[in-house]
Each structure stands twice: as structure tokens, then as C-alpha cells.
Design a protein around this ligand. Structure first.
Ligand SMILES: *Cc1c(COP(=O)(O)O)cnc(C)c1O
Length: 230
């Protein structure tokens, strides 16, 4: 099942690239494996998957230790400052930075462990009360403050679009994220780049790819529905 799902998602990404004149090499699929057992991750791994996304620190660390070492781990969930120390030397990219205090903690731990940490700034593109992330207008001032911190590198932006029936409704938010990255890039801030856009999930990744996503984060579409403890 996971194999077929991965093939379908990859095929869809390819088609969306063709539709929008993009190269499929410019889009990376992150298999979002939260709540799923290591056996399911291994199945995806054996199909060639090397990018995995988790949203909880403890789960990420456990799977990091259980899985092969050539995986790139993506922290995609809200990150508490007191847990930064457990993951700075394990993650390839932290997608969910939305405050100076969190960035300062990441910087501090990065310097301490002598690693360079890549991050994205999470944008609450639709202005939903329930979502983390900064508003589009808060992004530039925050980025200017983070840019000067040692050991931490801003690579681009991330957004979690609203849950919608029709993915076309989210096109506006993906466009907004791309435009925001272009605007910020034009400010030529030292020590940052805006090349990475992390956007699109199972329900809307094809639209996100058409709008320029470099990472799509797909969970259900690969591993099936998640069962949460009641
Ligand atoms: C769970 C999650 C996803 C994947 O969601 P699906 O709808 O299952 O594809 C993507 N991004 C984030 C931040 C998530 O927490």
C-alpha cells in the first residue's frame, strides 16, 4: 500500500511540475510519518524515501535512533524551547520557527553543539487563530533579527494552509508565500536565503507544487489515515 501511495504521489508531483513548467528535481517529497510505527517508515525507506517529517520531539528522536542514518529528518511541528536541545544535531531542517525566542534557543544550542542549523519561518498565511506562525507582515522584521544569530540559517518559508474541501481555495495562500519570499529576498539580508518553500499536504500538494513548493509534506497520502489515541 505504501509503495503504491508513494508512486501515486510522485506521479502527481511530476504532473503538477509539467503543468507549471517546473522540474521535478526542484520538488522534494517529505513523508510525514507522525504517529506511524517504525515498520511503516521502513517500508517507505525501502521504496527509496529518505526525507521524513515528524511533529513531536520525542517521536522524532526515537525514530531517528531506530532508523538508518542516511535519512534527512524534518521537524515540522510546533517546537518548545526546552526541547530544542534534543534535536538540533539530528534534524536537517526545522520548518516551524515563528519567534525570536525560539530562534535564539536554537542558535544557543547550535553553537554549544557546534552544528549549523537550517530553519524556515512559519507563516500563518490565512490568519487562522488556531495556527502557529507569524503573520506575513511580521515575517521581515523577525527574519532581520534572526539573521544575525550564530549557528542558525534561514532558508525560506513554511505554511500550513487551512483544511479545505477544494484545494484551489488554498492556491491564494501558496501564492502569498511565494510572493512573500520574493519580497524578502529583494531586501538582500545577509546570511539568509529564500529559496525554500515548504507548503502543501495530502489535500493540496498538487496546487502547492504548481505555485512553487520546494518541499511538500505528505502524511495521509502515503501512510493512510492516522489513528490518534482517544
Ligand atoms: C501532519 C502534518 C502534515 C501532513 O498532513 P497530511 O494531511 O496527513 O498529509 C503536513 N505538515 C504538517 C506541519 C503536519 O503536522
Amino acid at each position: 500500500m505504501i509503495k503504491e501511495n508513494l508512486e501515486l504521489v510522485s506521479e502527481n508531483i511530476k504532473r503538477s511540475c509539467e503543468n507549471s513548467g517546473r522540474s521535478p528535481e526542484d520538488v522534494t517529497l517529505i513523508a510525514v510519518s507522525k504517529t506511524k510505527p517504525v515498520s511503516a517508515l521502513m517500508e517507505a525507506y525501502n521504496c527509496g524515501c529518505r526525507e521524513f517529517g515528524e511533529n513531536k520531539v520525542q517521536e522524532l528522536v526515537e525514530k531517528y535512533e531506530a532508523m538508518p542514518s542516511d535519512i534527512r529528518w524534518h521537524m515540522i511541528g510546533h517546537l518548545q524551547r526546552n526541547k530544542v536541545k534534543y534535536i538540533v544535531d539530528k534534524v536537517f531542517l526545522i520548518h516551524s520557527v515563528d519567534s525570536l525566542r525560539l530562534a535564539e534557543e536554537i542558535s544557543r544550542e547550535a553553537v554549544k553543539k557546534q552544528v549549523e542549523v537550517s530553519i524556515l519561518i512559519e507563516i500563518n498565511a490565512a490568519g487562522e487563530d488556531t495556527k502557529y506562525g507569524v503573520s506575513p507582515s511580521e515575517a521581515l522584521p523577525l527574519i532581520k533579527e534572526i539573521a544575525v544569530l550564530p549557528g542558525i540559517h534561514i532558508k525560506g518559508l513554511m505554511t500550513i494552509a487551512p483544511y479545505v474541501e477544494n484545494p484551489e481555495e488554498n492556491r491564494q495562500y501558496f501564492e502569498l508565500l511565494r510572493q512573500l519570499a520574493v519580497d524578502i529576498s529583494s531586501k538582500n539580508i545577509d546570511n539568509i536565503s529564500m529559496n525554500v518553500l515548504s507548503m502543501g499536504m495530502t489535500g493540496d500538494y498538487m496546487v502547492a507544487v504548481e505555485e512553487g513548493a520546494s518541499y511538500v509534506r505528505v502524511g495521509t497520502g502515503i501512510f493512510g489515515e492516522r489513528q490518534y489515541p482517544i
